[in-house]
Write a protein that binds this ligand. Structure first.
Ligand code: F3S
Length: 415
């Protein structure tokens, strides 16, 4: 990879050992991916917390190594807009999930350091809902695969899928290796998905994404004949594309900023592959994430990716004057700032009166503090990961179906 004089000087240690390490990470990653240079980055979304798997069961050494990385990183300052991905829980919710003291201490130290380094304390998997909304063509370095797909496909920004080290390195140095969807030629769609099924809820869009992710793998799909999605539809689509497969971006003809028409997404070439998503595929995709062996449920998880204020308003409207069933926990996951707005609007009080819980800065699966046997959720991504990370049975249904299950303690297929 060809470096500028400034990049070379930093690599040689002119700005200290940690930034030299950051440039080395970026160069080694770029070399492996065939990048020819490092380009300026304007916007990052980074995981500046200690991962749960290091706190629970991995032992003292990996936890100390992660803390050392974050302490070193946070002695520097970010050099572009940088928001923070999720953490474990907001500090006023530690008791709810019985966070162990060593995790509380580690989290509080890292939060303080990250804020001093200039990371904005958004703590969300949906930064585009809380003020990090990059413009078309803006070079970004985002962690959180669902947000990466959203940034590329809905906002027209450009980001590859980042990990903890690379996003922190980008935030502190201001550069990223140029490869993948940062380049025009890699944004062209190669898989055409003809949407014949009727999509009547955000979760139906999630089914489209989950199906397509499995077919596409790492390809760039384009959706032809799809209706215009709402923000919630797009959120579910992008999250499911990234969990069903390894998709980094998609096009929705007429919606994606660089694809006003199908031909633009395909760059006037024929797609290498073409598949149809009809009612049969829709039904099959739902069935693939309904692993339950009975009707009784104990957990409902809404807000994956984090709920918007509009979604919380809908949930509050549905729960007004009702109460969830004994033995059921209802989690509504959202960003702290969205929860603050929901509190001001009275939605939070309505949900809490009904027995639900607005959980912010994280989600139950990632906080790894949930004991659930059977989960109902409208998020294909939540169901996909909850199976492995919590080991629970899962049922995907649209939001109304999930809320009905929360109220009755049982899930039956309403459709
Ligand atoms: Fe966010 Fe948790 Fe889903 S981090 S994307 S709510 S699995």
């Amino acid at each position: 990879m060809k470096l500028t004089d400034e990049q070379r000087r930093i690599l040689d240690g002119a700005r200290g050992p940690f930034l030299a390490k950051c440039i080395r990470w970026l160069v080694e990653w770029g070399d492996a991916m065939g990048a020819r240079r490092l380009v300026p980055v304007a916007n990052t979304h980074a995981l500046v917390t200690v991962p749960g798997n290091l706190v629970y069961g991995a032992g003292e050494k990996p936890l100390q190594a992660a803390m050392e990385l974050l302490r070193s990183a946070c002695r520097e300052k970010v050099c572009c807009l940088s928001t923070a991905h999720i953490t474990f829980a907001h500090q006023d919710q530690y008791d709810e999930i019985e966070m162990p003291p060593e995790q509380v201490a580690a989290q509080q130290e890292v939060m303080q350091l990250a804020s001093e380094a200039g990371f904005l304390m958004t703590y969300t998997c949906a930064p585009y809902l809380v003020g990090n909304v990059p413009l078309k063509g803006e070079i970004c370095a985002w962690t959180e695969s669902s947000a990466v797909v959203y940034a590329n496909s809905i906002l027209g920004a450009r980001t590859t899928r980042h990990g903890t080290e690379s996003a922190i390195a980008a935030a502190l140095t201001g550069w990223v290796p140029e490869f993948g969807v940062l380049l025009d030629e890699n944004r062209r769609a190669t898989l055409q998905v003809d949407v014949a099924a009727k999509l009547s809820s955000p979760t139906d869009w999630g089914a489209l994404g989950y199906f397509t992710g499995q077919v596409a793998g790492l390809e760039v799909p384009v959706f032809a004949a799809a209706p215009r999605p709402s923000q919630e539809d797009a959120k579910q689509l992008c999250a499911a594309l990234a969990s069903g497969g390894g998709v980094t971006m998609c096009h929705i003809a007429g919606v994606t900023p660089e694809a006003p028409a199908l031909e633009d997404a395909l760059a006037a070439e024929s797609p290498a592959r073409r598949v149809t998503f009809a009612d049969q595929q829709l039904r099959h995709t739902y069935r693939s994430l309904r692993t339950h062996s009975g009707e009784e449920i104990d957990t409902v998880i809404l807000g994956c990716p984090h709920a918007s204020l509009e979604e919380i308003a809908q949930i509050a409207g549905y729960l007004q004057g009702k109460h969830i069933a004994d033995g059921v926990t209802l989690w509504v996951c959202t960003a702290y700032s969205t929860r603050a707005a929901a509190q001001r609007m009275g939605y939070a009080a309505t949900i809490e009166r009904a027995g639900g819980y607005l959980f912010c800065d994280t989600c139950p699966t990632n906080s790894m503090r949930v004991k659930a046997k059977r989960i109902v959720t409208p998020g294909f991504k939540q169901a996909h990961y909850a199976r492995g990370m919590i080991g629970a049975e899962v049922i995907v249904d649209h939001q109304e179906g999930c809320l009905n299950a929360a109220l009755t303690g049982r899930w039956t297929d309403g459709r």
